[in-house]
Design a protein around this ligand. Structure first.
Ligand code: SD4
Length: 321
């Protein structure tokens, strides 16, 4: 452990600006762990970290970007989240408003947008010239006829109708659908100097998804999870698979049972690999003392942290299991 306060999150590179912003904010005593996580995730939303957080990334089949985010308070276990949020850029802050201004945990789609607007957030276009162009190119090339159902999709509307990928003996349908391209989510855990903890996640999800698809990001225990009595976890990767395993819940419970963070992370990833050997996943785990570890599969995962009196953020590279 580098000591407290501390911030730790998925990915290095552009994501370290989020680590720094959150860590530096925690040096002011009035900043809570929840404030730090909100600020860190917001930093990535504004910077469009890797194109996978915030506006303009991962367009769905309608070429629209929608956002998933959650934030959890490790003292009360309250969490707030938005799923498939449309037309509002500040996903993690809207998630925080759900946590603070409602008794609910998760709002979705247009209703989440309505809630955001009613709470003073601005309506904005989440499409950029880049996201519109890459989506249009993909649809022109890849909305394939579905031979099994004997229909040809109309790319002007969607690529449906849909059939399970496993039934696709033509190899054409669905191969490029819902697979994130250059995909990285920010999931962050903050430890306040007083020992309180919070965690959060923000992402624009997977590219070319069926409109309405919600990933692991806004699911408590999947995108992230924190219990200040034990520790916290943040996840990134193929959310369609990962959310079936609640890997962050698993990792934090592993800590509770006495595992070290590294072991807790590896166990959570192995549980997914047992059924899905190809899954791309990355999880970062930290106990409430600041000891940390990470594990991933299918790619080289990185995580970033800064704590105690560290002058800069350190990035740890984790080879796939
Ligand atoms: C999702 N977990 O929506 C996100 C995407 C991601 O690295 O993290 N990609 O599935």
């Amino acid at each position: 452990s580098p000591g407290l306060p501390m911030v730790i999150n998925t990915w290095g590179g552009p994501f370290t600006a989020a680590t720094d912003a959150a860590y530096l904010s925690l040096l002011k005593p009035e900043t809570s762990a929840l404030d730090a996580v909100e600020l860190g995730c917001s930093t990535c939303e504004a910077n469009q970290c890797d194109g996978s957080v915030g506006f303009g990334g991962s367009p769905d089949e309608n070429c629209e970007t929608t956002l998933d985010a959650m934030i959890q308070d490790g003292t009360t276990m309250k969490s707030g989240a938005v799923a498939a949020l449309r037309r509002v850029k500040d996903a993690v802050s809207v998630a925080r408003a759900v946590l603070e201004h409602t008794t609910h945990t998760l709002l979705a789609g247009d209703f989440a947008t309505d809630f955001a607007l009613a709470n003073g957030f601005a309506a904005q276009n989440l499409t950029t010239a880049d996201s519109a162009a890459s989506c249009a190119a993909w649809k022109a090339a890849s909305c394939q006829p579905n031979y099994r159902l004997n229909v040809t999709p109309d790319p002007a509307t969607s690529c449906g109708p849909y059939a399970p990928e496993v039934l696709d003996d033509e190899g054409g349908l669905g191969l490029e659908r819902g697979k994130p391209e250059g995909h990285d989510t920010i999931s962050m855990i903050a430890l306040h100097a007083q020992g309180t903890m919070a965690a959060g996640t923000s992402t624009n999800g997977a590219s070319r998804k069926v409109p309405g698809r919600v990933g692991d990001g806004p699911i408590t225990g999947s995108g992230s999870y924190v219990d200040g009595d034990v520790g916290g976890c943040g996840a990134t990767g193929d959310g369609d698979i990962m959310m079936r395993f609640l890997p962050c819940y698993q990792a934090v419970e592993n800590l509770r049972l006495g595992m070290a963070p590294q072991q807790a992370a590896e166990d959570a990833v192995r549980r997914m690999l047992r059924k899905y050997p190809e899954v791309q996943s990355g999880i970062v785990v930290v106990n409430n003392k600041g000891d940390h570890g990470g594990a991933g599969s299918g790619w080289t995962f990185t995580y970033a942290y800064r704590g105690g009196t560290m002058n800069e953020t350190v990035v740890v590279s984790v080879l796939p299991i």
